[in-house]
Design a protein around this ligand. Structure first.
Ligand SMILES: [Fe+2]
Length: 238
């Protein structure tokens, strides 16, 4: 998992992956901005993690990251590349593929893998090694306006993450300019219902089972307390 000895996942990445990781472009990639569309061509690549594999310990271990990023996220990339080869989707951006396949039963596999790539890239950025704590003032104001307090917003996000039945995601989003908490099942994304994702928490079992087993609520609480990247949410809200 860590063959270059630095705790990062640079081994095997080509030049395009490094470009994606550089100078904040990963944020626009994840957010569906024009940069993501411009880099659309297949094959899709696994974006580098924004931190070392062990940087989220002890909340999320390098072991979990090794499977979650190194096997699951990578698997979605490999699957999508196989599924779209030679199709109309071959040269499309993730965002275009997601928008073009949602709700079409015969395209479910393509949608699921494309959306899971997008969701995971967004999830890694939704956490930071020194995250958690107080949200920045500008985000806190939005939370107070929508939920009464930052703490109430955080509680609603935790409740959505814990109550999602089966696999899925909890999201902080902007919906028509208003801050909301939503949850989605499996690979589904708020992007397809016109909402703007600000951050997400992965509640698929592969996100926490190695570290927390069946204690999803502990995983969610600790991520929100120690890792959640409010700055990333604020940047996305801007
Ligand atoms: Fe996941």
């Amino acid at each position: 998992m860590n063959s270059n000895g630095t705790g990062t996942f640079s081994t095997g990445l080509d030049r395009r992956s490094f470009l994606i990781a550089s100078a904040g472009t990963i944020a626009s990639f994840a957010m569906g901005g024009s940069a993501g569309t411009a880099r659309a061509a297949s094959p899709h690549l696994l974006p580098p993690l924004p931190y070392a594999a062990n940087a989220l310990e002890p909340v999320i271990t390098a072991n979990t990251i090794g499977f979650h990023y190194g096997k699951h996220h990578r698997g979605y990339v490999d699957n999508l590349n196989k599924l779209v080869a030679g199709t109309e989707y071959a040269d499309q951006s993730l965002e275009k593929i997601i928008a073009g396949t949602v709700g079409q039963p015969e395209k479910t596999a393509i949608f699921n893998n494309a959306a899971q790539i997008w969701n995971h890239t967004f999830y890694w950025q939704s956490m930071a090694p020194k995250g958690g704590g107080e949200p920045p003032a500008a985000l806190k104001e939005k939370m107070e306006a929508a939920f009464g307090s930052a703490e109430a917003c955080k509680k609603e996000l935790a409740a959505a993450a814990v109550s999602q039945f089966g696999s899925g995601w909890a999201w902080l989003v902007l919906d028509g300019g208003k801050l909301k908490v939503v949850k989605t099942a499996n690979a589904e994304s708020p992007l397809t219902t016109g909402m703007k994702p600000l951050l997400t928490v992965d509640v698929w079992e592969h996100a926490y089972y190695l570290d927390y087993q069946n204690r999803r609520a502990d995983y969610v609480k600790t991520v929100l307390d120690k890792l959640i990247n409010w700055e990333f949410a604020l940047k996305n809200a801007g």
